[in-house]
Design a protein around this ligand. Structure first.
Ligand code: NKO
Length: 209
């Protein structure tokens, strides 16, 4: 009982590291919470003009989702940590990103962190979800739309891929469905902009953004 709780708290704290803010500060860029979509995420860091900063943000935000999951997988067994803890720490890291304890609970939308969690659960699943994001982003040029489509497909892929396998776990399905639902909900403003046709496209330079 104690180890899963500690692992969950540690994952939440790690998830709370808002790398969009940390990386931007370290690289002398404007705070992503002050321009563009005001979202502390890789996409909005890209709007500062620095591709490198956006990529580093994406990698670190994904890493903080991936790490707790693989730690539970690789070194958790002797401490009695299993599938249920894995589902829990993934969700905790994701929630840390959405509601960071170190940043007055004002966080991001969870896309990169959810991807990290999913890669930790199953790299092939991560590949499928990542490819889905890339395909939608390539054809439609909206980061948010790509994230939304990938989020909807992630639990579906899991259920029809891993879900039918012997190691399928309902708690992992639940955790993924919750992440997917929260991710969509955090994109409410993006969704209304997409319908209005005012959502900013990838690679489009906007003045002042
Ligand atoms: O600033 O509101 P914005 O336009 O920035 O940003 C919208 C955007 C926010 O997300 C990000 C992170 C970008 C990451 C890009 C690669 C992600 C690969 C696909 C992962 C999808 C995982 C969904 C799983 C849900 C369970 O959306």
């Amino acid at each position: 009982f104690v180890y899963p709780l500690l692992a969950t708290l540690a994952a939440y704290a790690l998830g709370s590291l808002s790398f969009a803010v940390i990386v931007s500060r370290a690289m002398g860029l404007n705070d992503p919470r002050t321009f563009g979509s005001k979202n502390p995420g890789a996409t909005n860091v890209l709007r500062s003009g620095s591709k490198a900063a956006a990529i580093i943000t994406l990698l670190l935000d994904a890493l903080k989702g991936w790490l707790p999951v693989v730690l539970v997988k690789w070194v958790g067994a002797p401490y009695g940590l299993q599938e249920g803890t894995l589902a829990l720490v993934g969700l905790a890291a994701f929630l840390g990103h959405l509601y960071p304890v170190f940043f007055r609970f004002i966080g991001g939308k969870g896309v990169a962190t959810a991807l990290g969690v999913i890669v930790g659960i199953n790299p092939w699943l991560g590949l499928a979800v990542g490819a889905t994001w890339l395909i939608v982003a390539f054809f439609f040029r909206y980061s948010s739309l790509a994230s939304l489509v990938a989020a909807v497909f992630a639990p579906v892929y899991y259920v029809f891929g891993d879900g039918v396998a012997w190691y399928a776990d309902n708690r992992v399905v639940l955790s993924m469905a919750l992440m997917s639902g929260l991710l969509v909900w955090r994109h409410a403003e993006n969704i209304s902009r997409l319908f209005k046709g005012t959502e900013s496209r990838l690679g489009q330079k906007k003045k002042g953004a």
